[in-house]
Ligand binder design. Sequence first.
Ligand code: SIN
Length: 310
Amino acid sequence: MSSLASPHGTKGAATGAVARAAAITAPGIGLRPTGGPLGAEITDVDLRNIDDATFDAIHQAWLDNLVLLVRGQHLSDEDLIAFSRRFGALDHAPIQENGRRFVDGYPEIYVVSNVIENGVAIGSLGAGEAVWHTDMSYLPDPPKASMLYALEVPPTGGDTSFSNMYLAHDTLPADLRARVAGLMLKHDGTYNSGNFVRQGVTPTDDPRLSVGTPHPVICTHPGTGRRMLYLGRRRNAYLMGLDLAESEALLDALWEHAQRPELVWTHRWRVGDLVLWDNRCTMHRRDPFDPACRRVMHRTQIKGEAPPAI
Ligand code: SIN
C-alpha cells in the first residue's frame, strides 16, 4: 500500500486515481479529494447543523467519491443518528460477539472497540486486523452506507483502508470478468471481519454449507448506474453451483485483483473524525493496533433501498 501523504494527513495510493469533482459542494463548505483512487474530505462543516442544500451537496459528494471524511466533529450518539438518518432509515446494529447488540438506548449504534469494562467487551472486532469486507453483506438487503465516528483512537495503528470496487470491476482482466459475469456469490454469515463467530451461528468452514446470502458477483450501483465488483469477504465465500476447487480458484483470482494497492486509500484516524462510505461500491479493512491502547468508534448503518442486483 502506498504511503503517499496528502496535505490533510491521510495517505492514499499514488496511482490509479479516478477523476472526481474538486469543486466547492455548497456555499461555505469545501471538498478536497484525497488524491487516491477514492475518498474526499469535506471541510468547514458542522454536521450537527446542516441545511438541505448542504446535505444535498454532501450526498452528491458521497456518490462521486465513495468515501467521505469530515474532521473535527463533536457528535453525541443522537447527533450521529440524526445525521445518518438524512441518508435514509437505519439498520439496527449487528449482534456483537459477546451477545450485546448496541449502545444502551441506541439500537442503531454498533460499537467497534477493543475496550473491556468490568470484564465485558464494550464493542466488537478487538484490536486485531479486521479483514477486507463489505458491512453486513451476508444479509439479503445489506446497508447502502456506513458511518464510523472516532471517539478514542490509539496513537498508532488502527488505520482503515478502503478499496474502489468500481475500479476493481473496470480493471478486471477481460477473461476473468467474462468467467464470473452472471455468477452468484454466497456472502458468508458465519464470521465477522475480526474472524469472530457471529452470535447464534454454528461455525463451519465448508463454504457450501455455511449460512449466508448469494448476491451477483458483478452488480450495478442503483445510485450511479455504474458496474462494480461485489465480493463481501473472502472467508467461506462460495460461487454458487461451481465445484468447490473451481470456486476457490476464481475467488482467489478476484481477491488478488481487488486488493491491489492502486485501488486503495488509507485513513489515519483522529478523534472527532467521521468517515462515511458507500457500502455497495467499496470494501474496507482495519490495521491491528496495540491492545493496551483504547480505540472506541461508534458506527451506524443506513438501510439499502434494494438488494444488490446485476
Ligand atoms: C468496520 O469494519 O466497520 C470497522 C472498521 C474500523 O474499525 O476501522
